[in-house]
Design a protein around this ligand. Structure first.
Ligand code: CAO
Length: 540
């Protein structure tokens, strides 16, 4: 263990940048890249992420403080001896912290001092090396703008920024559209300008942060339009205009909260994470929402003192348990689930599996039904790519994946973990058997790396070793389907003349009905079961 002082990185040359949000407190555990503080200059909101995982020992800054490069933000207790004195080490992170320079004049002509009107073209300025999406056009053709007025708003993964007008004038043409990807140098606007305008990039001063600068960050229009104000909430600004940092905006997008109707309690009415949380809490607590919408709201579960009925114990939930609970709840609320059931005859597969036992022992692996299921699933997913897809965040596209990475639910003492087996279609049964055992073991010992739990395209949840005749697994979003496996049992099956004993494996397939239709799922299930029933079909 070592205590590291986490210092502010290069803030793109800006000085005395205001801290508008402190995202952690002493005692918190953070992962690498988690936001520590949000700072704001007059042109951009930026998050300073943790350079590595650790436990926050002391936070040495407050909201409202000014921050400069090298200032100590907090003390972090980290594993090992490696130093992480400056946040962040990642050059990409440094790049996104750069201040947004003022636009440059496209033509590198001489500076003019003429008082006559000229129409000039202005490109996108340097936006810190990355490209960003144009989420708002703030001006229209014919508008008169002052120097410094916002022309457009850009948003990258971590920062929202406004591009200010480099001069006063009248907009003659807008050369970019909402939704376009902007990068430095692309044409932005044509403006009729009067008088002296700096005409080379060197002549245009870098913007400096102004403590009293009034900034508005505009929420993407399509998000605002989707939501109606929730009953009982006060709107403290016009719909569509939102004053919030990137982390808050990301959080709101993930949970589906319209920031335009969330009251902000931060400096200058800025919306903070706590505001979004209390907004949701209030909305859930407001039973009238449910009544007013004919039952569409979620009534609050009453807070009951169980001690009045007998002895009780309070046990803190593990972090993993809480994360799983949140994920399950999110998926349950967001995804319209349908579950299909089938019993598949795996009598022949079981016979084949038992002939492999000695061979498997020699190879040092234990063969359960799971690797056969994985292999059959990979074939079925490749033949039915919709089951291997995800719904795009815009709700208008499906993302098809040309790889098959299958997650496997593993029951561990700390809670449920889902390691991902990559490229299942390319691996042999023995390889899959070895990998499932290795990943399950790592999960139980909490030795899985984050990348070993990412990238899944489909999940299997096997309760076969435990029992049960069927269950309805919850889709592991953003995947669109999950297979539940229950306990194999011998059942009498009518073969046309007699009842014959067959080894029947109960399967349940839950799917996201926004993406997968009943017929899609039915075809997939029939295909999967045909392989499990006669494993030679894998070769077809
Ligand atoms: N029916 C009958 N027996 C089965 C079976 C099934 N569907 N699946 C496995 N078995 C048998 C195995 O063959 C093995 O028997 P032997 O020891 O006699 O060979 C025994 O049950 C134990 O299997 P296992 O659990 O060690 O191995 P596995 O490959 O089946 O599963 C793993 C591995 C990691 C998926 C499992 O250990 C596990 O953690 N399952 C729980 C997953 C879970 O919690 N899901 C719920 C998620 S939603 O809350």
């Amino acid at each position: 263990m070592a205590i590291e002082k986490i210092k502010a990185p290069d803030l793109g040359g800006a000085e005395n940048v205001e801290i508008i949000e402190v995202c952690v407190s002493a005692g918190d555990t953070v992962d690498a890249e988690d936001s520590l503080v949000v700072v704001e200059s007059d042109k951009a909101s930026m998050e300073i992420p943790a350079p590595q995982a650790g436990k926050v020992v002391a936070v040495l800054v407050n909201e409202g403080d000014s921050l400069n490069e090298g200032d100590v933000i907090l003390e972090l207790e980290v594993q090992g001896e490696e130093a992480a004195s400056e946040a962040p080490a990642d050059p990409e992170v440094e790049a996104r912290l750069e201040e947004v320079p003022a636009p440059v004049v496209e033509s590198a002509a001489e500076a003019t001092t003429s008082q006559a009107s000229t129409v000039q073209s202005f490109p996108i300025p340097d936006i810190g090396g990355d490209s960003a999406e144009v989420i708002e056009l703030c001006v229209a053709v014919g508008d008169a703008v002052e120097e410094g007025d916002s022309l457009i708003v850009l948003e990258s993964d971590k920062a929202s920024m406004e591009v200010p007008s480099p001069a006063a004038g009248t907009i003659k043409a807008i050369l970019i559209n909402e939704g376009d990807t902007a990068s430095a140098g692309l044409p932005l606007v044509e403006m009729e300008v009067v008088g002296s305008v700096a005409a080379t990039s060197e002549d245009i001063p870098m913007p400096t942060p102004a403590a009293d600068a009034k900034e508005k960050i505009i929420e993407p229009k399509q998000v605002s339009e989707k939501h109606q104000p929730v009953h009982g909430m006060t709107e403290n600004r016009p719909t569509g205009e939102v004053y919030a940092g990137p982390s808050v905006r990301k959080m709101a997008r993930e949970i589906g909260v319209d920031l335009a109707i969330v009251p902000g309690s931060g400096p200058r009415g800025r919306i903070q994470k706590a505001d979004v949380k209390s907004f949701i809490k209030d909305a859930l607590a407001n039973k009238r929402v449910g009544q007013a919408t004919g039952g569409a709201g979620i009534p609050q579960v009453p807070d009951i003192d169980f001690a009045q009925f007998g002895e009780v114990r309070l046990e803190k939930m593990s972090k993993l348990h809480k994360v799983t609970a949140t994920n399950m709840h999110r998926s349950w609320l967001n995804v319209p689930h349908v579950t299909a059931f089938d019993d598949v005859d795996i009598t022949d597969l079981e016979a084949f599996r038992s002939t492999l036992k000695k061979e498997a022992e020699k190879a040092g692996v234990k063969i359960t039904p799971l690797p056969f299921l994985l292999k059959a699933l990979a074939k079925a997913l490749m033949a039915h790519p919709k089951m291997n897809s995800s719904l795009h965040a815009d709700g208008e596209h499906l993302v098809y994946k040309d790889y098959v990475h299958i997650g496997m639910a593993v029951d561990t003492p700390a809670g449920l973990m889902v390691p991902v087996i990559r490229d299942v279609d390319k691996k042999s049964i023995f390889e899959l058997a070895a990998e499932t055992v290795e990943l399950a073991q790592k999960a139980k010992e909490r030795k899985l790396k984050p990348q070993e739990m990412q990238g899944g395209t489909f999940t299997v949840s096997s309760l076969g070793a435990m029992g049960g005749t069927g269950f309805t697994p919850i889709v592991n979003t953003p995947e669109v389907a999950i297979l539940g496996v229950s306990k194999l049992s011998v059942k009498p099956v009518w073969d046309g003349e007699n009842f014959v004993p067959k080894k029947m494996l109960p399967l349940s397939l839950s799917y996201d009905h926004r993406v997968v239709n009943g017929a899609d799922a039915g075809r997939f299930f029939v295909f999967l079961n045909s392989i499990l029933q006669d494993f030679r079909r894998l070769a077809l």
